[in-house]
Design a protein around this ligand. Structure first.
Ligand code: SAM
Length: 286
């Protein structure tokens, strides 16, 4: 029994819950959610819907990003006093772009047993139906909302030989796809939108195809975006001017993005590369 009151120290269960369809929950997870003394949830109102659906009456306590440190201390104290606790997030697996890591770390430091209850996650769900054959992938979660930071990161990632996986909200999907197109080129990609829900939408194609779809179909629902590695076409040029000419003639990257990339590749100052780029890019104008 989980909530055996004779136990001296409680157990922390880290439980994966559905990412949409309430049936996507394991039997083990349901049993543990019933048996523990307390469920720590990112949003108690959200989790209550799941618990009501399964007639589970375990008390809830909130555990969200802003309160992670303070709440972890309280929860560890209760675990040390013998209570067993299940940690859940709003969707999928805690700790994956969701709170959870602080409590797990603190519990481990206090020598509390930590038990994972595996189940859904948007990343594995999308990967399973992407049909891409590359074996490795790099999970980035949400990119920074600030445009300049996002573009710098994408520039750094453009030579990665692995698939890139992003989480994105409907508000920012167009901006993300536009940046990827400009910085990485028109790569093969896949999105899983509203996974496991009634309007589930799986699309595979080029980035420009996906971008077009955001314009023709309403961009509702959360996204997982998977981007294939580039073809690694190597820029040709012996010096900065030649490289700038190559990027100008062979890619659709903007002058700003090319400057950013070359200043990072060649360890030159951004303003120096930008000034030279202005001259080179002007040369093609009639
Ligand atoms: N912990 C979760 C997991 O294991 O996948 C992720 C939580 S994160 C705060 C929320 C993001 O995950 C969403 O913005 C979206 O990118 C992705 N996501 C979650 N549920 C999804 C779904 N049903 N369909 C597509 N993406 C989803």
């Amino acid at each position: 029994m989980v909530n055996d009151k004779k136990r001296e120290i409680g157990v922390l269960y880290v439980a994966a819950t559905p990412i949409g369809n309430l049936e996507d929950i394991t039997l083990r997870c349901l049993r543990i959610l019933k048996e523990v003394d307390l469920i720590a949830a990112e949003d108690t109102r959200h989790t209550r819907k799941l618990l009501t659906h399964y007639a589970i009456q375990t008390p809830l306590i909130s555990y969200y990003r802003e309160k992670e440190v303070e709440r972890s201390k309280q929860l560890v104290k209760r675990l040390l006093e013998g209570e067993s606790i299940a940690l859940v997030s709003d969707a999928g697996t805690p700790g994956i772009s969701d709170p959870g890591a602080v409590l797990v770390r603190e519990a481990r430091e206090a020598h509390i047993s930590i038990v994972p209850l595996p189940g859904p996650s948007a990343i594995s769900t999308a990967l399973s139906v992407a049909g891409m054959t590359e074996s490795s992938f790099l999970f980035l979660g949400f990119l920074p909302a600030k445009k300049s930071q996002r573009r710098s990161l994408l520039t750094e990632l453009s030579s990665q030989p692995s698939r890139l996986i992003f989480y994105e909200s409907p508000r920012r999907i167009q901006a993300l796809l536009t940046d990827i197109l400009n910085i990485m080129g028109d790569r093969q990609a896949f999105w899983g939108r509203e996974l496991t829900k009634s309007y589930e939408d799986l699309q595979a194609g080029t980035i420009s195809f996906l971008l077009e779809r955001t314009k023709t179909s309403p961009t509702k629902g959360e996204f997982v975006l998977i981007v294939s590695p580039g073809t690694q076409e190597k820029a040709e040029g012996e010096n900065l001017s030649e490289l700038l000419c190559w990027y100008r003639d062979n890619t659709s990257m903007s002058l700003k993005d090319v400057s950013r990339k070359l200043s990072s590749d060649l360890a030159l100052s951004r303003s120096q590369v930008y000034q030279e780029a202005l001259t080179i890019y002007k040369k093609v104008d009639p």
